[in-house]
Design a protein around this ligand. Structure first.
Ligand code: HXC
Length: 526
């Protein structure tokens, strides 16, 4: 590179243009962005990529619109920065909207850049990361911006299940624009500075008369805990980028490759006697399934997804002897771990993601059933619960299920049972595998005998005796084991070494060896 004084004029011009392009919508707009507590698109990318590896594409693209003063508004890049580089040594494509130019609004050329980057990611088989910060469809460009959104959605759908797609919402995301993140695999929202909604507070007030601000309508906490739209919340832009990097460390680059294995230093043969007593003797008492997860999988590797949504189910990534696995569990600590509409959606969605990328699915089952009542029935627990069954039955990735305690009725079948295709099922000796709990079963089978009891105490005593008899004969792991529905009954302390062994045995399982009848695609209940 020549010094400034003897540099060729063409090169000097190029350098000047690059400097101009890097300013996006200009210094004033950058200041405004910082004042809101947000980083610019380029600052975010700098945090994401390994130093010096990001290669920007289409830096000099500008819009073509001339109406409504657009001929006077022009900036290189058209409000979006695209490119590729290395994140912890692995190639990742990114699309970062630049709010400093026209609020990151999406016009024809802005969308064209996005689609081009998405096509690159798909063709080379690498994850695509979207850093969304946009006022939505560029109003001045009318149908051209709608066409742009349509093409982005089309690419989202066709990339689905081939390459991981991650969206970080780092500013506004309103109107139909929310559907691009919604079509992706994971959404991270930055608390306080991001929001997602179909219509903003003003329209909400005009149409339904409700008074609500942006934060309570579509802020990060709302979407992470109530709607389930967001999988993660970050306190600021920096933390959002860290979450993206962490998530990427568990994901394969595409559906033909395994996720990266990592040495964790945890002994694969480590047993844990604490687990022998984690299940309370009284089956009505809860315990924390996350404690089981933290003790069974490699230490400090559990990365929970959808942490604040449908807490009666727990899903997330973990490592087992360094291999990436997906963990799906019931949480006896919350609603007794019973399944409801939201837990069904959460589980089904995660199982489908894991299967699409052939990530082994390890299910920890302690489930008393589906939550009863008019709210659940009227809102479609039948339709939503069916999604879990569909997802597990459809899955061909390695599937291992551990029954820690309750495995009742339809929920037993749904939660990764052998009957839906699990490859290996183990039970702890305190497992209760039956149509329903022993007490409920005794009350139905021996209704007449119980009614004949002379005092409530006598009835109580008889019920306890009959429930024990039911448990002894039916609600235990040994009946299922005698039929081969479960492969082993193990001491809880031995769960980790067994899972490592089973997982490593199943790693050579391949979809091509699992026969399914030819069809276009099934009709998953949605
Ligand atoms: C054109 C836009 C724009 C848009 C923002 N700007 N949104 N320009 N089209 N959609 C411009 C502003 O005019 C302003 O330009 C600059 O971006 C920064 O915006 P501010 O309003 O100053 O920023 P802020 O106060 O942070 O407010 C951000 C905002 C607000 C909440 C996003 O700008 C807003 O409400 N914009 C309109 C949002 C909207 O209705 N979009 C359409 C959604 S429907 P200057 O020149 O003053 O700096 C949609 C349909 C998609 O997207 C359909 C897909 C199928």
């Amino acid at each position: 590179m020549g010094s400034e004084s003897n540099v060729r004029p063409e090169i000097a011009k190029l350098r000047k243009l690059i400097e101009e392009a890097k300013l996006g919508g200009g210094l004033k707009a950058i200041e405004k962005q910082h004042a809101k507590g947000k980083l610019t698109a380029r600052e975010r990318l700098e945090l994401l990529y390994d130093p010096g590896t990001f290669i920007e594409t289409d830096m000099f693209v500008t819009h073509r619109a001339t109406e409504f003063g657009m001929d006077k508004k022009k900036a290189f890049g058209d409000g979006v920065v695209t490119g590729y580089g290395k994140v912890n040594g692995r190639t990742v494509v990114s699309i970062a909207q630049d709010f400093t130019f026209m609020g990151g609004s999406l016009g024809e050329m802005h969308a064209l850049k996005m689609v081009k980057a998405m096509k690159l990611a798909l063709s080379i088989g690498v994850p695509v990361v979207f850093l969304n910060d946009s006022g939505g469809a560029r109003i001045q460009e009318g149908v051209d911006s709608l066409k742009g959104y349509g093409e982005v959605f089309y690419m989202n759908v066709h990339s689905s299940g081939v390459i991981p797609q991650i969206a970080a919402i780092m500013g506004p995301s309103a109107g139909g624009a929310v559907y691009s993140p919604a079509l992706m695999d994971f959404i991270i929202m930055v608390d306080k500075t991001s929001f997602m909604f179909i219509t903003g507070p003003r329209v909400v007030k005009a149409v339904v008369g409700e008074e609500v601000d942006e934060y309570n309508l579509g802020g990060a906490v709302v979407h992470a805990s109530k709607s389930g739209v967001a999988h993660f919340v970050a306190k600021d832009d920096k933390e959002a980028i860290e979450l993206i990097k962490k998530l990427l460390s568990y994901l394969p680059s595409n559906n033909m490759e395994p996720p990266p294995r990592m040495e964790t230093g945890d002994d694969p043969l480590r047993s844990d006697s604490y687990l022998d007593n984690i299940v309370p003797e009284d089956p009505q008492k809860p315990y924390d399934m996350k404690e089981v997860i933290n003790r069974v999988f490699d230490r400090n590797t559990f990365f929970e997804v959808h942490k604040d949504y449908a807490k009666n189910a727990v899903v997330g990534f973990a490592r087992l002897n360094g291999w990436v696995v997906g963990v799906v569990a019931n949480q006896p600590n919350y609603l007794s771990g019973a399944l409801d509409i939201n837990a069904s959606d959460k589980i089904a969605r995660f199982v489908r993601f894991l299967d699409a990328f052939n990530i082994p699915i390890i299910t920890l089952m302690d489930v008393p059933g589906f939550i009863p009542g008019t709210y659940q029935e009227h809102n479609g627990i039948i339709r939503h619960g069916a999604k879990i069954i569909y997802a597990y039955a459809e899955a061909t990735a390695p599937e291992i299920t551990v029954i820690t305690r309750k495995a009742y009725g339809g929920s037993y079948i749904a939660m990764g049972s052998r009957h839906l295709g699990a490859d290996f099922v183990v039970a702890w000796p305190m497992a209760e595998i039956a149509v329903m709990g022993p007490q409920g079963a005794a009350e139905i089978i021996w209704r007449k005998e119980l009614a004949a009891a002379k005092t409530p105490e006598e009835r109580e005593e008889l019920l306890r005796k009959l429930a024990n008899e039911y448990k002894e004969k039916i609600a235990n792991p040994y009946v299922a084991a005698s039929r081969g529905y479960i492969d082993a009954v193990i001491e809880p302390s031995q769960t980790r070494p067994l899972l490592v062994s089973v997982l490593e045995t199943l790693l050579t399982k391949r979809e091509v060896r699992v026969r399914t009848p030819p069809k276009k695609h099934g009709n998953m209940p949605v």
